[in-house]
Design a protein around this ligand. Structure first.
Ligand code: FES
Length: 81
């Protein structure tokens, strides 16, 4: 039986991004409890400060996305509760 490779979302929490990343990170933490195929990590800096929040979605670096846009890129529909 093979091991399923997880997809990875990495959020920058460096000084240039943190203000815009923190809420996004906490929201994703909650949402991804129902999506174990995704692994959530933080990064100190991607070296792209000023284009915050900088997020890597399964290897693709993105800039200035909100939660809805991030979930859409991840292929996850947000479920309203
Ligand atoms: S602080 Fe986020 S890319 Fe540098």
């Amino acid at each position: 039986m093979g091991v399923t490779k997880k997809k990875r979302i990495r959020i920058c929490m460096g000084m240039g991004c943190e203000g815009n990343s923190r809420e996004l990170y906490h929201n994703l933490q909650k949402i991804l409890k129902e999506h174990p195929e995704w692994e959530l990590e933080t990064v100190r800096c991607f070296g792209r400060c000023g284009r915050h929040p900088v997020i890597s979605i399964d290897g693709e670096i993105t800039h200035k996305l909100n939660l809805h846009q991030v979930l859409k890129r991840m292929g996850i529909e947000k479920q309203e509760k």
